[in-house]
Design a protein around this ligand. Structure first.
Ligand code: NDP
Ligand code: MG
Length: 385
């Protein structure tokens, strides 16, 4: 008998992760079906994707684009909705088996919560959701029996290393980092770099926000917090190791000292496929890694002094409460300002540190507290700009 296909909702289908996920899905038409597609602004690509994948429903968050999308898809029997509320509601669809959250930033939080409350398993690319409200999300997952399959390559690596290790406590994890385009640069050299320089990542081709985060090492900071929640770790158990080749995607050290690492070429399609296909490994024709092409793997300590964002993220994690939410909101404002040439590269950390000092700390935040913190931080950060 043929197996029932997994029905997937792809939130953020027009982005870097979203488009690669659709490639993976189209390579396994007997395993996956697209139930939902969503975009923020990119109506043209959303329409093209919908015509190809014939989902049940699409959502365009920008309401001004509703008519264009609806006119194009109405005759195909595809339901079209617009606005933020629709993005939250669409994940509840009863046919959906798995929700891939490939939205960027804080916008992923509420749709992810709604998906969990509808008992949908999550393939999580949108790390900011766990940074903002990791405690709340983890509790909800327990309450609703929901699994999170990490898409982020480092967390996928750790997740893969942990398969079959139910009885093996983790001593620590090594979260690898490429170091970004400015590895080894001094503060003086970083002062006047342009967005064009920061947007060129040596190993990965990604959306603009995460590319800037990778250059500033905030991405690694966010990933440290993401790892804490996904694998239930303390700060001392998470060590960042700079590995410029980006071949070892991360590693787990168990209590007997043994280390398992996951390695492969830097290609997000592999972790995406693992998250969509779990627990199965699916055969594919992705380019294979060859040891002979990489005679040397190298490792360095991250420069916490130069790349202050990484330290700020550790501080936020250790403080807990709404502090990581403050860090995230301030960073989103900082990155967007940097991309508009409003602030310099190093000023991003100043802005974040300022917000972490000035916004009221809340110890055990509710969802309402997180929403309020996010709003207050954005207002303050914009004033400070
Ligand atoms: P992109 O910017 O490429 O894509 C973001 C997607 O979300 C697009 O579909 C975009 O729509 C949509 N979107 C953006 N803002 C909003 C909003 N406010 N409301 C609703 N939809 C929105 O991002 P990436 O694919 O690079 O990243 C997605 C997530 O995955 C991020 O959290 C990132 O940290 C994480 N990630 C990404 C990796 C990568 O290789 N790219 C690697 C590891 C993690 P539109 O196109 O219409 O603007
Ligand atoms: Mg990553």
């Amino acid at each position: 008998m043929e197996k029932k296909k997994k029905q997937i909702a792809v939130l953020g289908s027009t982005g870097s992760i979203g488009t690669q996920a659709l490639e993976v899905i189209s390579e396994h038409p007997n395993l996956f079906d697209v139930e939902v597609l969503t975009a923020n602004n990119n109506s043209k690509l959303l329409i093209k994707q919908a015509k190809k994948f014939k989902p049940n429903t699409v959502v365009i968050t920008n309401e001004k684009k509703y008519t264009e999308v609806n006119d194009a898809l109405f005759n195909l029997g595809i339901k079209v909705f617009a606005g933020k509320k629709s993005l939250e509601e669409v994940v509840e669809g009863e046919n959906i088996d798995l929700v891939l959250t490939a939205l960027v930033g804080y916008s992923g939080l509420k749709p992810t919560i709604r998906a969990i409350k509808s008992s949908k398993n999550i393939a999580l690319a949108n790390k900011e959701t766990l940074v903002v409200a990791g405690d709340l999300i983890t509790k909800l997952c327990q309450e609703y029996g929901v699994q999170i399959y990490p898409v982020d390559s480092e967390h996928s690596a750790i997740f893969q290393c942990l398969v079959g290790e139910t009885y093996s406590p983790i001593e620590k994890i090594y979260l690898t980092a490429s170091g970004g385009p400015f590895r080894g640069w001094s503060k003086a050299e970083l002062k006047n770099i342009t967005k064009e320089q920061a947007l060129k990542h040596p190993n990965w081709d990604m959306g603009a926000k995460i590319t800037i985060d990778s250059a500033s090492l905030m991405n690694k900071g966010l990933e440290v917090i993401e790892a804490k929640w996904l694998f239930d770790l303390r700060a001392e158990q998470i060590e960042v190791v700079v590995h410029p080749q980006s071949i070892i995607h991360s590693a787990v050290q168990f209590e007997d000292g043994s280390i398992k690492a996951q390695i492969g070429l830097p290609d997000m399609k592999l972790p995406i496929q693992y998250a969509l296909g779990f627990p199965e490994r699916l055969k594919n024709n992705f380019r294979r890694f060859s040891f002979m092409d990489y005679p040397q793997f190298t490792f360095e300590k991250p420069e916490f002094e130069t790349f202050r964002n990484l330290q700020l993220a550790y501080n936020a994690m250790q403080k807990g409460g709404n502090m990581p939410c403050i860090l995230n909101a301030a960073n989103e404002v900082a990155v967007s300002a940097f991309l508009k040439d409003k602030i310099g590269f190093l000023n991003m950390s100043d802005l974040i540190a300022d917000c972490m000092e000035k916004i009221t700390f809340v110890d055990n935040p509710s969802l309402e507290d997180y929403v309020a913190t996010n709003n207050a931080t954005r207002i303050l950060a914009n004033e400070l700009l």
